[in-house]
Design a protein around this ligand. Sequence first.
Ligand code: S3P
Length: 435
Amino acid sequence: MQWQIPGGAALHGSLHVPGDKSISHRALMLNALADGQAQIDGLLEGDDCLATAEALRSMGVPITRHGPGQYHVQGVGRHGLTAPDDPLSLGNSGTSMRLFCGLLAPQRFATTLLGDRSLSRRPMARVIRPLNAMGARIEGKANRPPLTITPTDRLVPVRYGLPVASAQVKSAILLAALYADGETQVSEPAPTRDHTERMLSAMGVPIEVNAERHLISITGPAELKSLSVSVPGDPSSAMFFVVAATLAAASSVTVRRVGINPTRIGALDILRQMGARIALDNRRDVGGEPVADIVVEKAALTGIDVPPELVPLAIDEFPVLFVAAANARGTTRFSGIGELRHKESDRIAVMIRGLRAMGVTCEESEDGAVVTGGAYNGAAIDAEDDHRIAMAFAVAGLTAHSPLMLAGTETVATSFPGFVDACTSLGWTIEEVQH
Ligand code: S3P
């Protein structure tokens, strides 16, 4: 299937986006290790989180579905997981792979973690190195999946300074630290999403966060109390509609009940600096995470130098921010974004290639990109099986002067099942055509 986007639509209305991917993974994993039962509502039923649920089931965790997004997890306790019969297949999901490294390293059985073609190319040394320093035994050829984890006698606490800002690596260390005897400290070069810290704290784990020093301390061994979770809408999914409504003709869109955790909404700050008109209404707290309705009106954007300190807070949004930049007056400079080369695809290269094919003036460097706004045409583009690239180019198609054809869109279901229907409900046509 390819997507054909005719462009020219005006967007109106309101919608809900699916549950937050990061919170969904954590709600499943942490409740599996807890003592007791938990109800999860609004779980993202995308391929990535379903892979996490399936892996946990194969290790003896009863996880049952009661309705759309509604799951019941019967925790088995920290030592209650059992050896799976087969390797764990984690598909496209980097979050599952890296967090499971931390969760499985302390177990008394061996596991093998498999990924799809894209995940098998992604670097795992960043998570293997600190965990092995704690006494774990994780191996992979050239530090890439498949990974094998063999049991170890015990884990010891570490003090570890993350060389790159990564919530996945931070979370893997915190999970392993639940089993280590003593205080583990992780420091980050810059703040990253803190869902693990919030959830562990709500589950009764002794965890302390020094916000000024970007330092997290956790004392093990620690038991977890089950926590029912109402998962907010994923801000990373909402951001495609925020940019679309900013750019499309005479548009006005409300995305309801979206997570606005400050570690996740750097893209809103960047877009506002470019001139976007975005309001956060009806702010409230849902289960330890701040939530709001995001109200967006069409606005004219101007290019900026994107502040590097916002990069980790907007890390998954750069594909769609490149599209915003292609529609802005003047030039936008992105720097310090080298991590994008290690995502589901090399997101700098794939975005620049696609935007160039549409006639956008842009160039890339090792850890940055420069995009100059202006009129552009549709083209035939390959999203290279990267969900966020596909959705970003769907947004680009809205303002192209001729139809855009997009291949490689199937993985959109990893984070946003129902994306095409959500677009259609606002008046944004995406035709699915056979190629
Ligand atoms: C995630 C952390 C980020 C992000 C990914 C989800 C998480 O990855 O890009 O989509 O849930 O912890 P890194 O830790 O590699 O930056």
